[in-house]
Write a protein that binds this ligand. Structure first.
Ligand code: TMP
Ligand code: MG
Length: 218
């Protein structure tokens, strides 16, 4: 049951490869929390509805070409344009579920293989954004992902790109300051994965007040 005394909401991010089931799991998590009477919002990046998001959408569909640096900064700007509202919601006690965030931002750009776009470079525009209290990484093998089929429409949906993205995601998990990342085996049934996600999220929401105010990405 929702605890009315909780002062702030939790910032919960769900990350993973294309076809890992992120959006379905975010939707299920959102509904579960609402059913338990928690104040909850579900947002996703890229948010294709804003002017910046429309440019991103056009690029992903191959309808426009952009320099790799430019598109990278647009993805980041697309997060910055809602950073304040995320902050405000969290302070109002709303738990915000985010479908893709800064990890996708850094990893997909670095996976392009352009030597000027290192992971370090790609991370810099993210510094200062609201820091997730919990990041759930939905892990899926390339073989399991391939069985799910149905990709190839958008830019980045190629086997070589996804393999590089997966390896970069895994390298991020090893960094010492990333202890808020929780790896979920997403190669199982929807219900099993949902259960595995709900537990750490509820735990995080319970502990969030002892963590203190929302932090910033460093
Ligand atoms: P989506 O499939 O979740 O809508 O995301 C669209 C693509 O955009 C996906 O291949 C991942 C990529 N992406 C980035 O390259 N940088 C970002 O910052 C984000 C949020 C997504
Ligand atoms: Mg996709």
């Amino acid at each position: 049951m929702a605890d009315d005394k909780a002062n702030r909401g939790a910032l919960v991010v769900v990350e993973g490869l294309d076809r890992a089931g992120k959006s379905s799991q975010c939707e299920l998590l959102y509904r579960s929390l609402l059913d338990m009477n928690y104040k909850t919002k579900y947002i996703r990046f890229p948010d294709r509805s804003t002017p910046i998001g429309k440019q991103i959408d056009s690029y992903l569909r191959g309808q426009s070409q952009l320099d790799d640096h430019s598109i990278h900064l647009l993805f980041s700007a697309n997060r910055w344009e809602v950073a304040q509202s995320i902050h405000d919601d969290i302070n109002k006690g709303i738990t915000v579920i985010v479908d893709r965030y800064s990890f996708s931002g850094a990893v997909y750009t670095a996976a392009k293989g352009n030597p000027n776009l290192s992971l370090h470079w790609a991370w810099q525009p993210e510094v200062g954004l609201p820091r997730p209290d919990l990041c759930l990484f939905l892990s899926i093998s390339p073989e399991e992902a391939a069985k799910r089929g149905g990709y190839g429409v958008e830019r980045y949906e190629t086997d070589s790109m996804q393999t590089r993205v997966r390896n970069l995601f895994l390298s991020l998990l090893d960094l010492p300051h990333n202890d808020e990342i929780c790896v979920i085996d997403a190669g199982r049934s929807v219900a099993e994965v949902a259960q595995d996600i709900l537990e750490p999220v509820l735990e995080c929401m319970k502990n969030v007040d002892s963590i203190g105010p929302l932090k910033k990405l460093g």
